[in-house]
Unconditional design. Structure first.
Length: 133
């Protein structure tokens, strides 16, 4: 309730159009990661983005990762997400019925980690089923 609807096909077509026009010299997956990183950077330039992301540098990656399901749910009407800590500095995030490309999410998480001054951050994903990574 209160969230704007963003049909999957429209969002994916827009992402693909921007990728081709702005990042056409990069391989598809890398361009999508760069698109995700750029979306975080552009968010930081807006007034709302500055307010929302102001605490990120002092939060630490553990808290940032725990908030991933809530933050993604706040902006989309679809998908189920959960996070579990599987070891020190090692988390598993599951995205099911997600409308965004996994590489875009990978790029946003990586960019957020850089804002939190996390060194050596590795973000990997693998398909677990249709629309589940």
């Amino acid at each position: 309730v209160g969230k704007t609807e963003r049909p999957c096909l429209v969002a994916d077509r827009l992402n693909d159009l921007l990728r081709r026009n702005c990042l056409g010299g990069h391989p598809l997956r890398e361009a999508r990661r760069l698109f995700g990183r750029a979306s975080v950077a552009h968010s930081r330039e807006s007034i709302l983005g500055r307010v929302m992301l102001a605490a990120t540098p002092i939060m630490g990656m553990a808290r940032i990762v725990r908030l991933i399901p809530r933050n993604f749910a706040a902006t989309t009407n679809s998908g189920t997400r959960w996070v579990a800590e599987v070891g020190p500095r090692h988390w598993r995030c599951d995205f099911e019925d997600e409308i965004m490309y996994p590489e875009i999410i990978q790029g946003t998480i990586k960019a957020t980690g850089e804002m939190a001054h996390v060194t050596g951050l590795q973000v990997r994903w693998m398909m677990r089923g249709p629309k589940h990574f």
